[in-house]
Ligand binder design. Structure first.
Ligand SMILES: Cc1ncc(COP(=O)(O)O)c(C=O)c1O
Length: 481
């Protein structure tokens, strides 16, 4: 059997094992029409958790709108300004509608990205001596960073550890008791891990509410391939980045916030657009209401109309169809990764997190092992993938917690090694890695999304099979968590 016949046989076996994939062929048409460049350039894109890819029709529709419109700064009342205000209001309403959020309950604050939304919350949340920030270890750094605001206000900060094998949390309940007697308590977790793809239970939201916590649900990695229905669950603060959902434009994110929870936040300053009145003589100011108090300066009014178009694309394509396809491919990829082995029987892949497709998304982290069980540096895997036009991600993906648990780092070792590798302000990462010994400091991540197909997964598996029976030669220095 030649390579082409082998791939065709594998494709048929895949379609038999995952019949639901056959109902997602509309996505093949979308790929042909709107993502022609992928196949034209022979590019296998597997970094959707890093950033979604844009449909060319999105860019064209946006360009047409700009061609035909006269759009001014929405802070004025002239026709150009009012035209922008109309489009921005429309985008705001479309975001609420897309997430099925009741406008009586939720509002949308536009930001530069999910991190911008998280910073708004971090600096405004009323942490104090009695405050408690409860974080699961499996968070993005832009969520972990909130703890610095909490520390500064002497709030209690506690972490929920992960099971090192499943990268899940068995029972959340006891952690709500972490800092007894606290008020102003905030619980932060991702709906989907950007490291392992684990989907943490959304019923934690109501459980946390029942224990008096406000809930930050980081939905950035979840919403590109999953339905988030804000009438089914009611998190207080929900950051998202739109480029992760439909690739275009970058530079626009949002925080969906429950109005009641938003009222609790205290802005640390005011800026253009966030105030009703400021007096220099009387040294006073009165904040604007609702989203206006949080949108500092001029919103990204030229790009915001493209959010409406992007959401429409997802709606027309169907998020459930996207989900179905991504999960069929994820299940197949997980199975095949676990079958890869060297001639001597040594398994080639050390997977991090769940080994099956239950309660997870299409993000998979792993390291490659050589026939003696030594890690291939993730940078080497990435560099070799680059050479064959496969885009993956390598490192720690800004999620040090999932990294530390999966790679079994120990707090004392991390502290000691950081100390030993730091001279003054200079941190020597190579020395740090050396100090950690044979532990990996990061991983390879493949993530699937909007127009992933069987060929992408198959090409990636063929690429990984190329490491069979090769020895890791340690040519690449690692950088990671
Ligand atoms: C789960 C999660 N949260 C937050 C972020 C931060 O998003 P951004 O870099 O767009 O601010 C990311 C980005 O990868 C993410 O995956």
């Amino acid at each position: 059997m030649n390579n082409q016949q082998k791939n065709e046989a594998e494709r048929r076996a895949f379609l038999t094992d995952y019949p639901a994939y056959g109902q997602t062929v509309g996505l093949d048409e979308l790929r042909r029409r709107d993502f022609t460049r992928l196949d034209e350039q022979g590019h296998t894109y597997l970094d959707y958790t890093g950033g979604g890819l844009y449909a060319i029709s999105l860019v064209e529709k946006h360009a047409r709108l700009l061609e035909q419109s006269i759009l001014g700064n929405p802070h004025s009342q002239n026709p150009a300004s009012l035209a922008s205000t109309h489009l921005v209001d429309q985008a705001r309403a479309d975001v609420l509608r897309y997430f099925n959020a009741d406008p009586e309950e939720y509002l949308v604050i536009f930001t530069a990205n999910a991190s911008g939304a998280l910073k708004l919350l971090a600096e405004s949340y009323p942490f104090d001596d009695n405050g408690h920030l409860l974080l699961v270890a499996d968070n993005h750094n832009s969520v972990h960073g909130i703890r610095e605001f909490a520390h500064r206000k002497n709030a209690c900060v506690t972490y929920v550890p992960l099971d090192p094998k499943s990268l899940r949390i068995d029972e959340i309940g006891p952690y709500f008791d972490g800092c007894q007697g606290s008020t102003n308590t905030l619980f932060a977790f991702p709906a989907q891990s950007n490291f392992s793809g684990v989907q943490h239970p959304l019923d934690w939201i109501e459980r946390a509410h029942g224990r008096g916590f406000d809930v930050l649900l980081d939905a950035a990695a979840f919403v590109p391939t999953n339905r988030l229905d804000l009438q089914q669950v009611h998190p207080d603060y929900v950051p998202v980045s739109f480029y992760k959902m439909f690739g275009y434009p970058t530079g626009v994110g949002a925080m969906l916030a429950r109005k009641e929870a938003l009222a609790k936040l205290q802005r640390p300053w005011f800026a253009g657009g966030t105030v009703q009145i400021v007096s220099t003589k009387a040294d006073l100011y009165i904040m604007a209401d609702e989203h206006e108090a949080f949108e500092e300066g001029t919103v990204n009014y030229l790009n915001l109309p493209a959010i409406s178009t992007g959401l429409q694309l997802l709606q027309e394509t169907g998020i459930d169809v996207i989900h179905e396809r991504v999960m069929a491919l994820t299940a197949y990829l997980l199975t095949q990764l676990q079958r890869l082995s060297h001639s001597n029987g040594q398994t080639m892949v050390e997977l991090y997190g769940p080994t099956d497709a239950k309660q997870r998304g299409g993000t998979i982290a792993f390291n490659l092992l050589d026939p003696t069980g030594v890690y291939f540096p993730f940078q080497q895997v990435e560099a070799e993938a680059n050479q064959v036009n496969i885009s993956i991600r390598a490192g720690c993906f800004c999620n040090p917690g999932a990294g530390e648990y999966s790679l079994t780092h120990v707090a004392e070792d991390v502290r000691r090694c950081v100390e030993e590798s730091t001279t003054g302000d200079l941190f020597d990462f190579d020395a740090y890695r050396e100090c950690l010994g044979d532990k990996a400091t990061g991983a390879v991540r493949a993530s699937l999304g909007l127009v992933s197909n069987f060929k992408d997964v198959s090409r990636f598996l063929d690429f990984l099979a190329g490491f069979r029976d090769r020895a890791a030669d340690g040519r690449y220095a690692e950088r990671g968590c």
